[in-house]
Design a protein around this ligand. Structure first.
Ligand SMILES: O=c1nc2n(C[C@H](O)[C@H](O)[C@H](O)CO)c3cc(O)ccc3cc-2c(=O)[nH]1
Length: 316
């Protein structure tokens, strides 16, 4: 069985760990969001690809959800001592090594897809991790602050401002000329089912779907999504700020409507959202929180199993 999944950062990575656990014999191809990527300190940072790679490869800082476990921050402190900006973005020493390797390879002319494969050779995530595109596209956010109306990189809005300033619009700069990375369309074409984890529907899944050709390739496939919204609030992160920016309500219904029945065949929602409906979509209500609210145990594999079972049933 070949499963394709589109993924953002923390939530997507934890879901994928569950998916791999629940279907150890399946071939899993992950198409990762690269709209969050940024060049800092002369290095190319790909937060979502790294979060998936470290989470599935056993190197993630579990509490934080991003960056490396057993991390130290000597380089960050030294850069700060020189007054180097930005100081609001924290790269740890171990993580720096990943960025040095990636940036060296980019400088030598390798495409991001090949570099990602080289990095994954160390981490062995147990899935094939592909960037959505080898072409550089970056998410920028228009805000108005004390410096007036301006566009800032997504990371500045997300990390420095904690999405506290309303996003007036969100744009994926460079997407018009971007092509899916090698292997992306082929993986979708060959997939038995496609699963959308509860990643951010605007700046993670929505970004991947904007790469010309990806959404179109998914339309004939059986696609099952897990709602990133439970009872009117994001499962994690600040998805509500992103949805508001594009004029979409923070509800499981509105996110399903945004993706549309053309794309989605099955939609997992939490029991409190059991009233969600869309013609042509099978909606299943069941617990979808990846951590058990009582014990705190990781139950991502149960949710991934629920999504996969629904997809396999609909694909028949
Ligand atoms: O909130 C933060 N998130 C950080 N993140 C997470 C990241 O900015 C976002 O959560 C994602 O881009 C959204 O998916 C990092 C991710 C990396 O791969 C590497 C470094 C960072 C650094 C930070 C940070 O300093 N603060």
């Amino acid at each position: 069985m070949h499963i394709v999944s589109l993924a953002g950062g923390i939530g997507g990575a934890r879901f994928l760990r569950g998916l791999r656990e629940t279907s150890p014999d399946a071939r899993i191809t992950v198409i990762g969001n690269t709209g969050d990527d940024i060049t800092l300190f002369g290095l190319r940072v790909c937060p979502d690809l790294d979060t998936v790679m470290y989470t599935l490869g056993g190197g993630i800082n579990e509490e934080q959800g991003w960056g490396r476990t057993k991390e130290t921050h000597v380089v960050k402190e030294e850069l700060a001592a020189y007054g180097v900006e930005p100081q609001w973005f924290g790269l740890g020493d171990r993580d720096f090594a990943t960025h040095i390797v990636r940036s060296q390879m980019l400088e030598a002319g390798f495409p991001l897809s090949q570099i990602t494969r080289a990095l994954c050779a160390r981490w062995q995530p147990g899935v094939e991790l592909l960037p959505m595109s080898d072409d550089r596209c970056e998410t920028h956010v228009v805000i108005t602050d004390e410096r007036g109306r301006r566009a800032v990189h997504f990371q500045e809005w997300w990390v420095r401002l904690r999405a506290s300033v309303p996003a007036e619009s969100i744009a994926l700069v460079g997407v018009d000329g971007a092509k899916p990375a090698p292997g992306v369309l082929e993986a979708i074409e060959e997939a038995d089912v496609v699963i959308l984890p509860p990643s951010n529907p605007v700046v993670s899944i929505g970004t991947i779907l904007q790469v010309p050709g990806i959404r179109e390739a998914l339309l004939p496939k059986t696609v099952v999504g897990v709602s990133p919204i439970i009872g009117g609030a994001p499962v994690r992160g600040m998805a509500d700020a992103c949805l508001t920016a594009i004029g979409v309500e923070t509800t499981a219904q509105a996110v399903l409507d945004l993706y549309g029945a053309e794309l989605i065949d099955g939609w997992l929602v939490a029991p409190e959202d059991s009233g969600v409906r869309l013609d042509g979509v099978r909606v299943v209500a069941r617990p979808i929180l990846m951590r058990d609210p009582e014990t705190g145990a990781d139950v991502a594999a149960d949710i991934a199993r629920g999504a996969l079972d629904l997809a396999l049933e609909l694909a028949r």
